[in-house]
Design a protein around this ligand. Structure first.
Ligand code: NI
Length: 147
């Protein structure tokens, strides 16, 4: 659990490092960054819900609809990086006091079934890993094409 909490806490630094030097307005990176923050808004809510309520229902989101209808291209990259950072840091005190019983608390996902708090935290870590790998692939693509 300690390693999980540590990587979860490091998420925003990893995220910032991954996009260092990338053009501010490059749309593909911006869409990834805003998606990661939107996903984090929802899942921070889920993590808190699981700790506070008895087997709460966890609601999913249609990420393509959000990207399309919220006008991700108009949104501010820096603001969303900061929001991600604040969401992660807002969980640190809670995670610092987490008991084994709390890590085993359950939430029920409307389509995917039951998950423990620990599993939900693992998903958060994996989500950032996946998108950092995606940023790296897009970056390599641009280097190949434009150099
Ligand atoms: Ni994603």
């Amino acid at each position: 659990m300690e390693a999980l909490i540590e990587e979860y806490g490091r998420g925003s630094v990893m995220h910032r490092e991954a996009i260092e030097g990338l053009a501010e307005e490059e749309l593909r990176f911006k869409q990834i960054i805003i998606h990661v923050t939107d996903s984090e808004i929802l899942s921070t809510h889920r993590l808190r819900k699981v700790l506070a309520e008895e087997e709460p229902l966890l609601i999913s989101f249609d990420q393509n609809a959000w990207a399309k209808d919220l006008g991700y291209d108009l949104l501010d990259r820096e603001q969303h990086l900061l929001l991600f950072q604040f969401l992660r840091s807002s969980m640190q005190t809670i995670l610092g006091h987490l008991t084994v019983e709390q890590s085993e608390r359950v939430g029920v996902h409307e389509d995917a079934g039951r998950f423990t708090f620990k599993q939900l935290l693992e998903f958060r870590i994996q989500h950032v890993r996946d998108h950092l790998a995606q940023i790296e692939r897009v970056r390599e693509y641009f280097i190949d094409v434009f150099q």
